[in-house]
Design a protein around this ligand. Structure first.
Ligand code: CO8
Length: 256
């Protein structure tokens, strides 16, 4: 039985719903494998222009499946090759939106941080409680959290395992927007549809340049940005968008 439900709720939008409600959507090796397969497929699908990842009302995900790790050795961890699962998400060229209700903890918080935009329900909670289990984050928790909220706030969260409320996460820069309870998924899907209606080449370049540039020295990053910006002047969608603006009509984008 699939642990990940894939839906097409709107044109060009894919919804991935983690479906292990009995364990707060804990990320078992099987579920992580299903995420990898799903992301590889939608990354290669030209019809897909935006992806929403969500859980349920109680949990986005409570992190790695603790039951599957109690007796796990370092050798087994290495053999699992888990980075291939995460890199499929990390390398996805389409915009990814996490719709978070309930808990996003440990690997669940790391999964949310793989997204480009995080929409959080008012009662959502974010944290990296690995330290309480005698381990530490292994899918970017120490790095992405520090980059999102700053090193001192991140260190406080990482060393205590304390959680942030959605509002605190928003104020800290971890969350893109806060929705009323019960509305996070609808708001994320509405956002996904708006982005899916944008010229796809411009969307892809913005994501690519931001990701590549954030890890590069500023002058290199600015050069990347300039080159990509020049390149977009040679697309049909750029010509159509600007002509439509001048002619005061709605543009129609071809994705070319
Ligand atoms: N793994 C397995 N089962 C879980 C997990 C989990 N992460 N989280 C919850 N469950 C299970 C519970 O065991 C329980 O099962 P059962 O009904 O059979 O007793 C069921 O889900 C419901 O859980 P609770 O009764 O605890 O529900 P509450 O609503 O009271 O609490 C919480 C929800 C706060 C989410 C709580 O369950 C909790 O604290 N869970 C653990 C969170 C956690 O520690 N996450 C970090 C895991 S480690 C990780 O993600 C990174 C590993 C990196 C490894 C290094 C890689 C290189």
């Amino acid at each position: 039985m699939s642990l990940l439900v894939t839906e097409r709720p709107a044109p060009h939008v894919v919804l991935l719903r983690l479906d292990r409600p009995e364990v707060r959507n804990a990320l078992s090796p099987e579920l992580r494998g299903e995420l990898r397969v799903a992301f590889q497929a939608l990354s290669a699908d030209p019809d897909v222009r935006a992806v929403v990842v969500t859980g349920n009302g109680e949990a986005f995900s409570a992190g790695a499946d603790i039951r599957s790790m109690v007796e796990t050795t370092p050798g087994e961890m290495m053999r699992r090759g888990d980075d291939a699962n995460w890199s499929a998400i990390r390398d996805c060229p389409k915009p990814v939106i996490a719709a978070v209700s309930g808990y996003a903890l440990g690997g669940g918080c790391e999964l949310a941080m793989h997204a480009d935009i995080i929409v959080a329900a008012e009662s959502a909670r974010f944290g990296q409680p690995e330290v309480k289990l005698g381990i530490m984050p292994g899918a970017g928790g120490t790095q992405r959290l520090a980059r999102a909220v700053g090193r001192h706030r991140a260190m406080l969260l990482l060393l205590t395992g304390d959680m942030l409320t959605a509002r605190e996460a928003f104020d800290a820069g971890l969350v893109s927007m806060v929705s009323a309870d019960g509305s996070a998924l609808d708001d994320a899907l509405a956002l996904a549809s708006r982005i899916a209606a944008m010229p796809p080449l411009a969307v892809a370049e913005i994501k690519r340049v931001m990701h590549a540039g954030l890890e590069a020295p500023l002058d290199v990053a600015l050069e990347l940005e300039r080159r990509a910006a020049y390149l977009l002047f040679d697309t049909d969608d750029k010509r159509e968008a600007m002509r439509a603006f001048v002619e005061k009509r709605k543009p129609s984008f071809s994705g070319r």
